[in-house]
Design a protein around this ligand. Structure first.
Ligand code: PMP
Ligand code: GLN
Length: 388
């Protein structure tokens, strides 16, 4: 690689990485004026009271650096929430760090503990930010399949893959892109496997409140034997319908948090101040907000699935997240990448091809659609999909 007339550049550190599928599909949707059910974001706003608190702090001179680890009131509110929801006593000063989105928290956790030569177990299909972060740290991902249609981990396969080189296992529940969720028996199996090992855990729980059919989110924070070795990551973007604010957090034991913070302080140093102050107020004033989320999104899931009953797509309703997989076997022999592109350009509806989240994609024919949309948007989307 060279710059015209300039220096010879080093080989890429991420030779297999291109532009993320979310940017590619949202760009294609915009270019063709398509309904965008690809990248995951709501087309409705977050709570008015929360937005008003941000505006208050913006106009009240609270626009300079926040403390490196996060505004104390917000860290305290997060610790209280974790104690109330998952029964884990968490010290806000030493175990909670506010980050610029879940993405930053995932990156910092990985950089904090993964070294050259380490292995990191991830499950395919895997959210696309994990592997590049592992590779930048000099590690290597060992990718284990979550087989369709249940998309559940095979703990025997995990046992076979574990070695002295396994530094970290990355879990994601509720799971993007499949919508599957881990159960208590999954966590039992994990506890048994890790007993006596030094392997650490990174739990991506950004959809912790978007879980359906009465299931309870199985946070690693419920299990002392798991949380003593875990970074647990969440995102206010999902919980409050404000993905553009890019604000999240990591809960981890003191020793892990200390290493996490060494990275965080040089990646972003601190996250946006007025938003942190507003979130602290909102969590204190409306601690019940998240209780409505399962029903709120389950109604959207059910509406979307019901509207598709007469389509040629087939589906198993998502158990969590705001994504629904649709199987197009009865419709086309195209690859999911080809079909996602053609549906955007010719039919005006954008989705995410799931094969891009695999190392070796299986022959499944599925596309991911985001149902975090107003009812009118879901109706328009279903009309298009039923005509395909
Ligand atoms: N993990 C998963 C599984 C996600 O879907 C997302 C959302 N984009 C993130 C992490 C990142 O969250 P954030 O937007 O807060 O960075
Ligand atoms: N997590 C979102 C999704 O799965 C997208 C995030 C992003 O665009 N980086 O659609």
């Amino acid at each position: 690689m060279t710059v015209d007339g300039g220096p010879k550049l080093p080989a890429s550190k991420l030779p297999r990485v291109g532009t993320t599928i979310f940017t590619v599909m949202s760009g294609l949707a915009a270019e063709h004026g398509a309904l965008n059910l690809s990248q995951g974001f709501p087309d409705f706003d977050g709570p008015r009271a929360l937005r008003e608190r941000v505006s208050h702090y913006l106009n009240d001179g609270r626009n300079q650096y926040a403390p490196m680890t996060g505004v104390p009131a917000l860290r305290e509110a997060i610790a209280s929430k974790v104690a109330a929801l998952y029964g884990r006593t968490t010290h806000p000063d030493t175990e909670v760090t506010v980050t610029s989105g879940g993405t930053e928290a995932l990156f910092c956790a990985i950089q904090a503990v993964v070294r050259p030569g380490d292995e990191v177990i991830i499950f395919d299909p895997a959210y696309d930010s994990y592997e590049p972060a592992v590779e930048l740290a000099g590690g290597r991902c060992v990718r284990l399949p979550l087989p369709a249609p249940g998309y559940r981990p095979d703990w025997n396969a995990v046992a076979d893959a574990l070695s002295d080189r396994t530094r970290l296992i990355i879990l994601n529940s509720p799971h993007n892109p499949t919508g599957s969720v881990l159960t208590a028996s999954d966590l039992d199996a994990l506890e048994t496997l890790l007993h006596g090992r030094d392997t650490l855990l990174l739990a991506d729980e950004v959809y912790e409140h978007i879980i359906f059919d009465g299931a309870e989110h199985q946070s690693l924070l419920r299990r002392p034997a798991l949380s003593e070795r875990a970074f647990v990551v969440s995102s206010f973007g999902k919980t409050y319908h404000v993905t553009g604010w890019k604000i999240g957090y990591c809960v981890a034991p003191e020793a892990l948090s200390a290493e996490f913070r060494k990275v965080h302080q040089y990646v972003t140093f601190a996250s946006i101040t007025p938003v942190q102050l507003a979130l602290a107020d909102f969590l204190a004033d409306h601690p019940e907000h998240h209780l409505d989320l399962p029903d709120f999104y389950q109604r959207k899931r059910d509406r979307f699935c019901a509207l598709l009953a007469d389509s040629r797509f087939t589906l198993t309703p998502a158990a969590g997240t705001y994504f629904q997989l649709l199987d197009y076997t009865a419709i086309s022999d195209e690859t999911d990448v080809e079909l996602a592109r053609r549906l955007t350009i010719e039919h005006g509806i954008a989705s995410i091809p799931v094969s891009v989240f695999y190392q070796s994609p299986p022959p499944d024919r599925v596309l991911r659609f985001c149902f975090a949309k107003d009812d009118a948007t879901l109706l328009r989307a279903a009309e298009v999909l039923c005509a395909i």
